[in-house]
Design a protein around this ligand. Sequence first.
Ligand code: NAD
Length: 360
Amino acid sequence: MTQKILILQGDGIGPEIVAEAVKVLHWLVGEGLDIEFDIGLIGGSAYDASGHPLPEETLQQARAADAVLLGAVGGPQYESLERSLRPEQGLLGLRSELKLFSNLRPAILYPQLAEASTLKPEVVAGLDIMIVRELTGGIYFGQPRGVRTLENGEKEGFNTLVYRESEIERIGRSAFEIARQRGKRLCSVDKANVLEVTELWRQVMTRLGAEYPDVELSHMYVDNAAMQLVREPKQFDVMVTGNMFGDILSDAAAMLTGSIGMLPSASLDANGKGMYEPIHGSAPDIAGQGIANPLATILSVAMMLRYSLCEAGCAGRVEAAVGKVLDRGLRTPDIATEGQATVNTADMGDAVVDALAEEN
Ligand code: NAD
């Protein structure tokens, strides 16, 4: 059955990097991949065209699609808009409307780029971790929340860390399934020694573990997990955790790799439908210059093939092609070491397509 991909270029470097990812998809279509494209507007460009960062039409297109590929949104020209009209609200709106509760953030460091990390190359070269973060619950959404004034006049801020069994089970299943497709090791991160809600988290994960005997489940307190990520990150395969812990750990893990232009991400719903995007933003400082690194977006396509389109073979080919262009020394300026020759955005996209074609 033909699967439908919605392409949302967004703002800044969005159109430049998405164009290269679409080149890769077109090449795969030529090889028999059965997909069709739809194109929509989001973020600042949607605001410019329609007065809203997430037009109703885009929402309908996204609901009708099997997967969404997004560039990035935002730009200084939109910063003075009222909050509900800012580009980022388009993105947040789409995530919540599509109920994308499972956020997959890989931290991959291609051995060829080990010098880009702030850690020693031997600690990070070949790093390949997947952090699965719960995205629509936990302390970022829990009620009650606010700032109140106490009887003595002092102010008190409060938020609520709350997870239902069903929410934990849902993200747990998502993580176990992903671990099954990778190295079959899952580390659940909590603070069960202090927080009752994460004691429940650990119980549910343990219960679920019995249903996935082929996946080795371990548990780790979040403070230790933070420490282990910088001490010996290659010990991890898949990590699963709640919204706030995941927010912090996934940023730390991404920075282990030192190259923001290389990292893809996915946000999935309960049926595997997903939105795929690079972790970086719209980079207004380099927009329009044709020098942005398109590899994070191309690797987002690989994730889309693997997690929404059930095309693991194609996903592997795209990832291998990216490895090959790096082996050959092709570098956009963000991943080049001093004095190294660089290529532009379109050349990098073409090189990935050429590397794909060579495999045939
Ligand atoms: P950014 O990620 O856009 O840029 C940070 C730095 O990394 C910049 O120097 C930029 O040039 C560089 N960079 C980013 N992507 C690159 C790439 N593919 N190739 C080469 N260099 C790259 O973060 P920022 O500057 O803090 O934010 C810029 C805008 O993006 C803001 O409006 C912000 O709100 C928005 N933003 C959007 C998203 C998203 O769409 N998911 C995420 C983060 C930030």
